[in-house]
Structures are given as structure tokens and as C-alpha cells.
Design a protein. Structure first.
Length: 197
């Protein structure tokens, strides 16, 4: 698994990940940008969004363009507050929708990052690998919109050699400001965008 915490100095490897989509307008806009920039990321999708009109086509496009598709539950609950049967259902309902597009090693990101021994055991049983993050710009916060989330992100990324960056492709302010974010990352010394491995 990718090393999460680096040290001062050296380069900056940044893996991009996007949660809570797909969004009918913002996700295609983001995919256009990533294609233009020749970048690949991780898209952790919610089943109810995939099941919405046009959702599966967006996921299909993302996978076809080289992005990894991960499972982010069906309805985005806090899994640690559910029964084992409900946890399993949340994961498998989404798996049924995205199975054609998942990588060989299936990836799962728990909503809110909330997991415990019960959730971990279920993920292991159905062969999902958990993927968390170590940079969160909290782009969903009203106070961080209009691009302020970029400053929050850069403060965290600049102190790490290996970053798994979390943001949300459902917010216009995130997608609209993403070109500026990419430019800021590229201004760091020896910065590279990496795919998840």
C-alpha cells in the first residue's frame, strides 16, 4: 500500500481521489480536465448516484479513461452504526452496479472514514481493500469554498512526500477551481501525480 506519511524536503507524490459522485454535470467536467492534463485518479462512487439517470454512463467513461473506480457504499451512511447485514448490503448493492468497472483488487472507502473491526471483517470477507486518505481540504465546508480549500490542501501536501488527496466531485467550487489546484501542486519542488498502487 502507498506510504502515507513522508518527511520535509524531497519530492511530493500526489494521488488524486474523488468521493460521493458521480454528479451529472461536475464529474464529466472534471473528467474533461483530467483527460486534458493526462491525469488519472480514484473515483469512490455512491450506488444511489450511480443508479440515478446517466450515473452508470459517467462511471463507465471514467473507467474507460483509465481512472480507478472504488466503492463508497450505496447511501453514504456511517457504517459503524449499522448492523453487519446492513453494512454488507450497502457495499454489495454498489458492487452490483459497478462490478464491470472495478479493478481486479476491489477498493472501498468508508463514508466519513468510519470503520471498525466489524466493517473491516466484512470488507475482508468480500475481498475489498480499504483506501483512506491523508490530505483533506474539507472542500464541502462553506467556509472553504470559492477556492479556499486549495490553501488548506497545499498546507497539508507541502509537508508530505506521499499524499492521498481527498476531495468531492459533486461540488462546483471544487471542480471549477481544480485547474488552479493542479497548478499549485505542480509549483512544488519535484512534484508528481501518481496513480494508486
Amino acid at each position: 500500500m502507498t506510504q502515507l506519511y513522508g518527511h520535509e524536503g524531497g519530492g511530493h507524490e500526489v494521488t488524486l481521489s474523488f468521493d460521493d459522485g458521480p454528479h451529472p454535470r461536475h464529474t464529466p467536467q472534471l473528467l474533461d480536465l483530467l483527460a486534458k492534463e493526462n491525469l488519472r485518479g480514484l473515483f469512490f462512487v455512491c450506488g444511489e448516484k450511480v443508479a440515478a439517470p446517466g450515473g452508470r454512463d459517467i462511471v463507465k467513461r471514467a473507467a474507460a479513461e483509465g481512472h480507478l473506480i472504488g466503492n463508497h457504499s450505496y447511501s453514504h451512511p456511517q457504517l459503524t452504526k449499522l448492523s453487519p447485514d446492513k453494512v454488507r448490503s450497502e457495499i454489495l448493492r454498489t458492487h452490483e452496479l459497478i462490478a464491470d468497472f472495478e479493478p481486479k483488487q476491489k477498493l472501498f472507502r468508508p463514508p466519513y472514514g468510519a470503520h471498525n473491526a466489524m466493517v473491516d471483517a466484512i470488507l475482508k470477507e468480500i475481498d475489498y481493500q480499504i483506501v483512506l486518505w491523508n490530505v483533506d481540504p474539507e472542500d464541502w465546508k462553506v467556509s472553504n469554498q470559492s477556492g479556499k480549500w486549495i490553501d488548506v490542501a497545499m498546507d497539508q501536501i507541502s509537508h508530505r512526500t506521499h499524499t492521498i488527496f481527498l476531495c468531492h466531485d459533486i461540488h462546483a467550487t471544487t471542480v471549477d477551481n481544480f485547474p488552479q489546484f493542479l497548478s499549485r501542486v505542480r509549483s512544488l519542488p519535484n512534484s508528481t501525480f501518481t496513480t494508486y498502487a
